[in-house]
Design a protein around this ligand. Structure first.
Ligand SMILES: Nc1nc2c(c(=O)[nH]1)N[C@H]1C(S)=C(S)[C@@H](COP(=O)(O)O)O[C@H]1N2
Ligand SMILES: [Mo]
Length: 339
């Protein structure tokens, strides 16, 4: 246990006090000045529209909550203002035939996420309109976002425009696209569903060391000798390369979000333009590795508890703004060793 006692879930680290990273979509669909934001509540063929003022009139409250992103950063004591979901329930009175909630965003891809109604209520879900006393900024989901305390932040939807009450669960965007766990309890580290890559395909790919363009979420290659591997444009979310030999590997534009590369040998490997958010490089040998253009929120290089520390030196290339996006402890470590 660390000095934060029981407030930081396993595998999470704190962002700098003044930082709130942006994840996922950055903007809602354009809204015209003459159509004010509205929230549609929907069950079967019954629907009700509420304006922001009507939502606020249901009883505004303050909520101070900790947020935990699946890419391993957390932010404590976030001060929101908004309306409890329970008040929306009291107002709309969904029937007993609905068990799930589907939150839908006003964005181009109609981003959505779903939850059990009971869980949403038990966790104290609310609809936020303000953050730190100011209207919630557009990039963080203003004018209206849902916040589900006690779940990874992908369950908290930016630019909320519809809540549908349904009998059956309909998986959301990240849950289908990224394989994120449909519950997402940070205390149980429910980050990803267990994806399994076809065994024969995996064996063939491991033999040829050519993974380019494949979709290999959760790929298991712990301890393998894969020097010179190519994985350009490969989806390797949550893959396990712990202690593997990946010297000279080519991970350009690969998605290695949440991947485990602990104690891997990665001398001269390239991660240019890749997504390594929440990836674990603790204890990995990163001499000569190139991270130019990589997105690396929440990536870890040193593990304070186990002492596993990546080997970085002046030949390790990491962009300055990528270093700044790391959590403080990781930043200090990378600054001290690289560059
Ligand atoms: N509409 C919408 N909501 C979304 C997302 C998104 O891409 N679109 N991403 C989710 C994810 S994965 C996270 S971690 C949080 C990020 O919120 P933030 O950008 O305010 O930190 O929003 C969640 N809600
Ligand atoms: Mo996320």
């Amino acid at each position: 246990m660390n000095e934060l006692g029981d407030r930081l879930p396993p595998g999470q680290q704190l962002v700098a006090a003044d930082k709130w990273p942006l994840v996922g979509e950055r903007v809602p669909s354009p809204i015209s000045a003459d159509t004010p934001w509205a929230l549609r509540l929907l069950e079967g063929d019954r629907s009700v529209r509420l304006t922001l003022d009507e939502i606020t009139a249901l009883g505004p409250e303050e909520f101070t909550v900790d947020i935990h992103c699946v890419t391993r950063w957390s932010r404590l004591d976030c001060r929101f203002c908004g309306v409890a979901l329970s008040k929306i329930f009291d107002f709309f009175q969904p029937t007993s035939s609905s068990r799930f909630l589907r939150f839908v965003a006003k964005t181009e891809r109609l981003h959505s996420t779903s939850l059990l109604m009971k869980d949403a209520l038990d966790l104290g879900t609310f609809l936020a309109t303000h953050f730190d006393g100011e209207p919630l900024s557009v990039e963080h989901g203003g004018p209206l976002r849902s916040v589900v305390p006690g779940r990874y932040l992908y369950k908290s939807l930016k630019w909320l425009t519809e809540i549908e009450f349904t009998a059956d669960d309909q998986l959301g965007y990240w849950e289908t696209e990224a394989g994120y766990h449909n519950v997402g309890d940070p205390w149980k580290e429910e980050r990803f569903i267990a994806a399994s890559v076809d065994k024969q395909l995996a064996a063939r790919l491991l033999a040829t060391r050519r993974l380019d363009g494949e979709n290999l979420m959760g790929f298991a290659a712990r301890g393998r000798d894969l020097a010179g591997l190519t994985a350009v444009d490969t989806i390797l979310r949550n893959a396990d390369f712990c202690a593997a030999n990946l010297d000279g590997a080519d991970f350009r534009r690969a998605n290695l979000s949440g991947a485990k590369l602990r104690c891997a040998s990665l001398q001269g490997a390239t991660f240019e333009e890749s997504d390594i958010e929440g990836a674990d490089f603790c204890g990995a040998d990163l001499r000569g590795a190139n991270f130019a253009g990589a997105s690396m929120f929440g990536a870890t290089f040193v593990d304070r508890d186990s002492g596993d520390a990546a080997v970085l030196d002046r030949t390790t290339i990491i962009d300055q703004d990528a270093v700044e996006s790391l959590c403080p402890l990781q930043q200090d470590f990378v600054r001290e060793h690289a560059a």
